[in-house]
Design a protein around this ligand. Structure first.
Ligand code: 5CA
Length: 440
């Protein structure tokens, strides 16, 4: 993308309405604009980040056998009356009436709709397990939407739903999903700590939340620092094998981790003092095992091995995709701006032309840009160098390829790493090879 022609409105000043760093930086870096309270438009750079996150989430869901589909945002109230949640959900649900006076709602979550779809299609225990997910906008009419997309009213969520024949296999599915989550967050370049959690309006008895540490987080957290050191991508778990899943889960849950709601001071005292970590965290994911709550209330069965009807065991698994954009920024920034992990950055690199109009500089920049225009932002504006550097740091591209008359004359590009601040010089080919390396 050429910056001179892009819809990328950066701001020099801090917007008055933003109280926390990620909200300020998202507005200043031109990622989002508010269109109504708690509702945001995603501008091109922000939309790229959102899609990059969604793609990693998708790959890890697919890797554990979940199937992607897409359910609508608008739902019929009838569905929710069947589960009994239509009245129970309260004022957070945005209720709408269509022209035929039918009650509708903007979905805050999809347990009812997926259970109904499942019931229409799956008739026999032989077709189980099924894990289905979508990545779709949700609406919750939060009393106090705040901190930008961190607690919005409309937000982007990945929600998966599982259906198993019996309790044991539903626990396998829960553990597989747990692994998928840990892998997902690690690939996103952040540490999300899994913690035992309350189930709230979703229901059920087994539940974990995933929290990214940040002082602005809404929950107090207590955990064993050993959890931060785990390499979930390097673990050898056979997801088709119950024993292997159990080993993984037992190991993971052997480390203490709990939000303030679930904190157990006696268990906490057992954690070696040097490994005790206390702080605040942002909930970026939440998984629930709730058994037959919805299949029973909505009367959805499959025929079992002996022909008798059975209620499948369910779980649901959410990731706050739009909240993650803000949470990643809370965890990865400095006083100059965002520091994007390579895997989610809107652009891999910005090409900074220090002398637009100079034929040698222009030619070198064009050569760099032509190598991967979909991955590069080319700052071809007639701005002073200082403004270009400030915007590059603010927007947080992992790499800056700086082209000035002196270096360009010798065929050299200056390469700055945004995270480390390290600067090197290389040829166009060398710079491209470094920047285009696949992120981990
Ligand atoms: N049906 C279940 C799992 S699919 C569910 O809805 N879980 S949830 O309520 O915990 O939401 C899942 C994730 O969505 C949360 O972990 C959080 O990261 C995100 N989320 C929830 N509410 C908001 C909000 N108002 N703004 C932004 N993200 C939100």
């Amino acid at each position: 993308m050429r910056l001179s022609r892009s819809f990328l409105p950066t701001l020099k000043e801090n917007p008055a309405e933003a109280q926390i760093t990620s909200h300020r930086l998202m507005l200043r870096a031109g990622l989002i604009r508010q269109t109504a309270a708690g509702i945001y438009a995603w501008l091109p750079a922000g939309w790229r980040v959102l899609q990059n996150i969604a793609e990693i989430v998708r790959q890890e869901q697919n890797a554990v056998g979940a199937q992607e589909l897409l359910m609508p945002t608008l739902q019929s109230a009838e569905l929710w009356k069947r589960s009994g949640r239509y009245d129970a959900y309260g004022p957070e649900m945005l209720r709408i009436r269509d022209r035929h006076e039918r009650d509708m709602l903007y979905g805050p979550t999809n347990e009812e709709m997926i259970t109904d779809l499942f019931g229409q299609v799956i008739k026999s225990y032989k077709e189980l397990p099924q894990v289905l997910y979508h990545i779709q906008w949700k609406f919750r009419d939060e009393v106090r939407p705040r901190f930008g997309v961190m607690r919005g009213r409309e937000f982007y969520m990945k929600d998966a739903y599982s259906f198993d024949l019996d309790y044991d296999s539903s626990v396998d599915t829960y553990r597989r999903m747990m692994l998928a989550y840990l892998r997902t967050f690690q690939r996103l370049g952040v540490r999300a700590i899994p913690m035992l959690a309350d189930t709230g309006p979703i229901g059920g008895e087994l539940s974990h939340e995933f929290l990214i540490l940040a002082p602005t987080g809404e929950s107090g957290v207590f955990f064993d620092s050993a959890l931060e050191e785990q390499d979930w991508l390097g673990q050898d778990v056979d997801i088709a094998d119950r024993h292997s899943l159990e080993q993984f889960f037992t190991r993971m849950t052997s480390f203490y981790a709990a939000t303030d709601e679930k904190h157990d001071t006696a268990a906490w005292a057992q954690v070696p003092a040097a490994r005790q970590r206390e702080g605040r965290g942002i909930e970026v994911g939440h998984i629930f095992h709730f058994g037959r709550k919805y299949t029973e209330s909505m009367d959805i069965t499959v025929s079992g091995p002996d022909g008798a009807p059975l209620f499948p065991e369910m779980g649901s698994y959410g990731i706050g995709v739009s909240r993650l954009v803000a949470a990643i920024i809370e965890a990865s920034h400095d006083e100059n701006g965002i520091i994007w992990p390579e895997s989610v950055a809107p652009f891999r690199a910005v090409i900074i032309n220090l002398k637009s109009g100079d034929s040698v500089c222009d030619a070198m920049c064009e050569k760099l840009y032509a190598a991967a225009p979909e991955h590069f932002l080319y700052d071809d504006r007639a701005e002073r160098a200082g403004a270009k550097f400030a915007d590059a740091d603010l927007m947080g591209h992992p790499w800056q390829l700086i082209v000035g008359p002196r270096g360009a004359k010798d065929g050299k590009v200056e390469i700055k790493n945004r995270r480390t601040g390290e600067r090197t010089e290389d040829t166009v080919e060398g710079a491209l090879a470094l920047v285009m390396k696949t992120p981990g």
